[in-house]
Design a protein around this ligand. Structure first.
Ligand code: FAD
Length: 367
């Protein structure tokens, strides 16, 4: 079979038939296809990285993810992209208790990622998707690669949640592990915690050593004062963030790593406010905000003099996930190009029959 041959027909293909109108001649997109089934290049890579047992166990799950990515998730992603999160900075009694409303499509996508496929827990604890051990990293990224072909936005919260959990494994602090790790890696969707990572400030972008968010010791915890400027997944249950302990050195050397819960142990809201959501060109389904900290309670994670090194371990994992997601989005572009080429008819036949088109598509497939 040639890589240019059509798999089953996409959802919106109405066929070639007598009496078809001009609209029927617009090529369908690839919605309705199973993004695992049609991706032979991806399938051929899996045996290089997975054991036979892993392949046997996870292949039906990959197939299920491919089905949902080309189907329900694709529809939900389009809805969530057009119905962005809305920030409510105050309640109607004038209390500064901010909250963010998400479209139901976003909530359903969360359920698919965290609940149905247990993507946040799988690399941390045994049992996800019935696999008796911790799921190997290539499998985690295989799911992200297919998911990203329909929805990129929510993979940011997913990735920052699951990479935040590593901090509590690395720091090996039993109290913090119980407070945060258990929830971040929960297999139970309804009892999960979500995480995020805040570094960027107005003056501190690439040059994160300019950060001025200040941490002041307060008993067994710290209080935070200042601002962060680009906080994705702004309303996560716990934020891993960089702040400078009062009196610490300038630059990256003086930064500590802290875990800041959204709610305190008595259930009340911690002292920080999301004051604005970003207007973004992409990842619109997910809320990125600007935050002011007014004595927010936070816990030092690991060695407080080693914050930047610890944070960069998480950043590296985030970047790996970004690379995988970029590969997923490139594959989606190829799926779209193939769908148009197979079903768009010009000069009396599908344009995929044209030699120049074949050369172009095959060069993309075999890159
Ligand atoms: C969608 C999105 C989500 C984000 N989510 C988060 C988040 O959750 N948490 C968080 O902390 N941050 C987040 N950020 C912020 C992001 O990490 C910063 O944008 C990033 O650190 C770059 O900072 P900056 O935008 O201030 O750009 P700048 O640092 O001002 O850089 C501007 C340009 O200069 C270039 N540049 C900078 N330094 C050099 C150099 N030494 N040599 C050559 N070129 C250089 C950069 O590559 C860039 O092209 C998010 C950003 C986006 C777009």
């Amino acid at each position: 079979m040639s890589p240019l041959d059509a798999p089953k027909q996409p959802k919106y293909y109405s066929g070639v038939r007598p009496g078809m109108n001009d609209s029927d001649r617009i090529a369908p997109d690839c919605a309705g296809l199973n993004f695992f089934e049609i991706d032979h290049q991806f399938q051929s890579l899996l045996p290089l990285y997975l054991t036979q047992d892993e392949l046997n166990h996870f292949s039906p799950h990959f197939d299920a993810m491919g089905e949902v990515a080309g189907g329900r998730l694709n529809d939900l992603a389009m809805q969530a992209d057009k119905n962005e999160p809305v920030l409510h900075p105050r309640d109607r009694f004038g209390r500064d208790i901010d909250w963010i409303d998400y479209h139901p499509a976003y909530r359903e996508m969360e359920k698919i990622a965290w609940g149905d496929f247990q993507m946040a827990a799988m690399a941390h604890r045994p049992g996800a998707l019935g696999w008796p051990e911790v799921t190997p990293a290539p499998i985690k990224y295989a799911f992200q690669y297919m998911f990203a072909q329909s929805e990129f936005g929510i993979l940011c919260p997913l990735s920052v949640s699951e990479t935040s959990a590593y901090h509590f494994e690395w720091a090996d602090d039993p109290k913090l592990k119980e407070m945060f790790w258990e929830g971040l890696t929960s297999l139970d969707f309804d009892n999960r915690l979500t995480g995020t990572q805040f570094m960027t400030e107005k003056a501190a972008g690439s040059d994160v050593g300019e950060a001025t968010l200040t941490a002041v010791p307060d008993g067994d915890a710290w209080k935070l004062y200042g601002e962060k400027w680009f906080c994705s997944h702004a309303d996560a249950d716990v934020a891993l963030l960089l702040a400078r302990p009062e009196g610490a050195a300038a630059g990256t050397k003086g930064l500590g790593l802290f875990a800041m819960p959204r709610r305190l142990e008595d259930g009340s809201r911690n002292s920080y406010r999301i004051v604005r959501l970003k207007e973004k060109l992409g990842t619109k389904s997910m809320a990125s905000g600007e935050i002011i900290f007014d004595g927010a309670k936070a816990y030092a994670v690991g060695d407080v003099e080693n914050g930047i090194k610890q944070m960069l371990r998480q950043v590296n994992l985030s970047r790996l996930s970004h690379g995988v997601r970029a590969a997923g989005m490139m594959r989606r572009c190829l799926n779209e190009a193939l769908s148009v080429a197979r079903y768009r008819r010009q000069f009396g036949e599908p344009i995929v029959n044209k030699p120049l088109m074949q050369g172009q598509l095959l060069s993309l497939i075999h890159i």
